[in-house]
Design a protein around this ligand. Structure first.
Ligand SMILES: O=C(O)CCC(=O)C(=O)O
Length: 315
């Protein structure tokens, strides 16, 4: 179990200070950001968690349950996905490298007593960039229950978003993201992290909502998880975030126009494959130079071994 506790910041901390901590440490925990919304969410989630299977791989966890397609199953998640504080942080982390960011993944991560610690990993390794590199992903983990060192609070490795790809953390570099229900742990896709071991008698439930650069393939297929007849009932901001929107100029149009048109009645809009606003947003995005023309020959490790070694209750 990690001996260090991750640093937490009060909910009224200015966005600049939250963004600074996120850039420096690779994560920031905002305490009690949406306590009422989370209370309601717990009720909506209960039947879905009860019906969910346990994981069938070591990474997914033999005592861990996961629930996907959360916007349709638990509507209280919709407001959390577009929470202004999370959006303001995503603006800082992702917008330097894309004209629009998107919702990449939504899911419940529910640890029952006896769950072992997960291998530490970077969410950004979905995409074949060696670290350190600009953030491709910005995940937010909402504490649906209290997260404690005993019940499996997410383990984080501060500053590991700046490390070389293969550097392994020492045990004393790992901290537990303990936080009260309603808090949010926001981190960059380059920071090493993983679910902790649940050595308590209580469950630990987290809602993971992850955002990514608008020009990348989404991890969870949002169009199948939220088909048009379902997405039509969501707030427009969420519709656009999950992909009923351009991903940038010339990215994701339908019949040459704004994909959000498939969700609203009325005449089709212009079919220009972009908009002046989108062109302006794209104009301030920095070009990235991919340094390696030849691929790096040795496949980079995807998970570190430290948490696995420390870990399973009863071992
Ligand atoms: O459950 C957690 O705290 C983190 C889980 C995670 O990082 C994952 O499953 O990718």
């Amino acid at each position: 179990m990690a001996k260090r506790l991750a640093r937490r910041m009060p909910t009224d901390t200015p966005i600049d200070a939250l963004a600074e901590a996120l850039a420096r440490d690779g994560y920031v925990i905002v305490e009690r950001l949406a306590v009422d919304g989370i209370r309601h969410l717990r009720e909506e989630l209960a039947p879905h968690i009860a019906a969910a299977p346990f994981g069938h791989t070591e990474f997914l966890g033999a005592r861990t349950k996961r629930v996907g397609s959360v916007f349709r199953r638990a509507p209280a998640t919709q407001a959390l996905a577009i929470h202004p504080t999370i959006m303001a942080l995503a603006d800082r982390v992702l917008l330097p490298h894309c004209a629009r960011y998107q919702l990449n993944f939504s899911g419940i991560m529910h640890l029952e007593p006896g769950a072992g610690a997960q291998a530490l990993h970077r969410d950004g390794v979905l995409y074949p960039f060696l670290h350190p590199c600009p953030a491709t992903v910005m995940p937010a983990m909402w504490a649906v229950t209290d997260f404690t060192t005993e019940n499996g609070a997410t383990l984080v490795v501060p500053e590991s978003h700046l490390w070389e790809h293969d550097r392994e953390p020492e045990p004393d570099e790992i901290a537990a993201a303990a936080m009260p229900a309603g808090s949010a742990l926001v981190y960059t896709g380059g920071m090493l992290h993983g679910g902790g071991a649940n050595v308590s008698n209580t469950v630990r439930t987290g809602l993971a909502l992850q955002y990514s650069l608008g020009w990348l393939r989404q991890e969870e297929n949002q169009y199948l998880a939220n088909p048009p007849e379902v997405a039509r009932g969501y707030p427009e901001r969420l519709q656009r975030l999950i992909g009923y929107d351009y991903g940038g100029p010339y990215l994701g149009f339908v019949n040459g126009g704004d994909p959000n048109r498939v969700l609203v009645e009325g005449p089709a809009g212009p079919a220009d494959r972009t908009t002046p606003e989108l062109d302006a947003a794209a104009a301030r995005v920095a070009w990235l130079r991919l340094g390696d023309i030849e691929p790096v020959p040795t496949p980079a490790r995807r998970h570190t071994t430290v948490a696995m070694k420390q870990r399973t209750p009863g071992e």
